[in-house]
Each structure stands twice: as C-alpha cells, then as structure tokens.
Design a protein around this ligand. Sequence first.
Ligand code: IPM
Ligand code: MG
Length: 359
Amino acid sequence: MSERYKIAVLPGDGIGPEIMAVGVAVLQAVGPRHGLDFEFVEALAGGAAIDATGEPLPVQTLELCRRSDAVYLGAVGGPQWDTLGADKRPERALLGLRAGLGLFANLRPAIVLPQLIDASTLKREVIEGVDILVVRELIGGIYFGQPKGIFPEIKGVRRGVNTMSYSEVEIERIGRVAFESARKRKGRLCSVDKANVLEVSQLWREKITALAREYPDVELTHMYVDNCAMQLVRWPKQFDTIVTGNLFGDILSDEAAMLTGSIGMLPSASLSRGGTGVFEPVHGSAPDIAGQDKANPLAQVLSGAMLLRYGLGQPEAADAIERAVGTVLDQGWRTGDIAGPNTQVIGCQAMGEKLLTVL
Ligand code: IPM
Ligand code: MG
C-alpha cells in the first residue's frame, strides 16, 4: 500500500515554472520507489495570480494550500509588478501564505558541498565544511508589527512606519524549534539580536536565555546582528545553528547562502505547529534569465527533499534526492551559476534529466 499525499504546486513567476517542472519530475520519480503516491494540484500565486485575478494570493489558492499535505512553491515577483502598491505586489503572496498557514519557523540550511567549493567567492579554507542552519522567525517582527503604514502629512511631512515587536510567546515558540534543531545537529545555537540598542531584542535575549535551561545539551551563545554579518564571512565554521528574528534572518540567510557559491543551491522549509508547510528555494524569480533554460533547478529540487523530510516525514526519500544531487555534481554537470574548472555547463531542463538518470 502506498501513502497518498496531496501537494499544492505554486510555480509562480520568472524562472518559477521552469525550475518547478524539474522539481515535480524529481518527486514523481522518487515517490513510487518509496511507496509514496503524489497528487499534484497547481494553483496561481504572485504576479501570475495578479494578472489572472487581480490578487497575489487568491482565496482559492490559500484554501487549496490549507487542504494539502504540503505546498511546493517556485518563486514570485518581477519588474512588471514593481509599481503596484505594497499590498498588491507579488511578494504579498508569500507573506499571505506565511501568515495564513501560521508558518512561524523558517529553516534555511547553508551547506558548502565539496563539489562546489570553487564556485564560492571566498577562500577554500574559509568555507570548506561549512554547514549552517538559519532558523528565522517568519510571521512576526517588523514584517508584521503594528502600527505600520505611510502616515498622512503633519506639517507637510509624511512618515513611514514599521514596528519591530515580539511577544514572549512568539520568541519561545521559535526558540524551541531552534533548540530542537541544534540538538539534532552539532548542539550549538547562536541567537542573533540587537540587544545593545533594541528593547525587542532585550526581551528576545532574556527569553532565549531562560529557555536554554531546558536544553542543557545545547551550547547557547548570543551575538549582535552586525557582528554576525561580519563573522559569517570572516569564519563561518564557528556557526552551527543560528536563530533570529524575521528581518535579521532575511538578511543573514542571503549572506549565508552566498558562502555556498550560489543562492541557486539553497532550499528552505517554512513550518507551523503541525500544519501544512511551504517548501521553496531561497532565491527569487530571476526575471533576467526567465524562459531561457539557464536557471539552476537544484534549490527547487532540494526544497522537494525538505518537503519530504519535514513536510511528510519521509527522510529516506529525501536522502535519495539529496544523494542524486551530489551524484550529478560529482559527474561534473553544472548550470551556469555554479560552473567551475573541469565541469560541463547544461541548462535547467538537462539538469533535470541528469537527475532522473541517477535517481
Ligand atoms: C525571502 C524573501 C521575502 C522576504 C520577500 C520576497 C517577501 O526575501 O523569502 O527571504 O523578505 O521574506
Ligand atoms: Mg530574503
């Protein structure tokens, strides 16, 4: 008897549909070998949804996601929608999904694969062996805090406002995910904040420190976000698991991604407490190369592995995908973004075909 899962597929914009085609093909190939039967149901999100319905996240899409076992997302956004107001932009689809599904925990692993060391702009000795997990709080902080808005003129001057706020409950729930994750890794957790300036960070630090008593096997340190940005490029191997708020996590996870050579390699998982998760690449929709078969589909494919591991509890099928990515890289196949000496550059679709031959 195979297990049946319903997967909501949201290809989105730009390179989204190209890389999603590869991602879905890989899941389809892996499923039957592990007794998994997938029903893929596609829906609109982002700019594609704006063009078709006027809304970045149509209610039907959110409903489908709620009724699915996992959401597999490509990327959203593009210059043609950049002039729209903040609440009508494609990015709203992401924020709406995150809030609508209660996805407070965003896991962003940044692993330097031995095959790609030369694709990084940093020196080999600095990045060799880097394996960092950024745990980013995803539905609080300055992204969602109130009050927010562009406020009317006072004495002829408007004011733009966002509020960084975290309740103790929000800090504790992301803290727990981070301690649990660190426990399964090398047992080191670095909490990143700006407690030397911000009250919200002082509460963050106090709560995370208190929580550490429940995880005596995890070694907790604290770091200011500006120092963390510096340490990540200076000596990234000092980090195992990082936990931080929404805005700091947005910035630091892009920085951590670049240690690996290309943001085109990085998957992510956004999780709630027991509900449907969203699995998507860390990179964006890359409109400059959309439709040219140049995109690197590996972040999408590896997000499929995270979907299996964290969304459906199928670690063996996830391992199979991650192994296949390693094998194809060992064989020397690369998309342009990760090309290096003695490698062969191929397109997005061909990369998908190579994966299917080694799965
Ligand atoms: C990310 C992205 C999003 C974010 C944008 C597109 C809304 O940068 O997932 O990191 O800021 O969270
Ligand atoms: Mg970002």
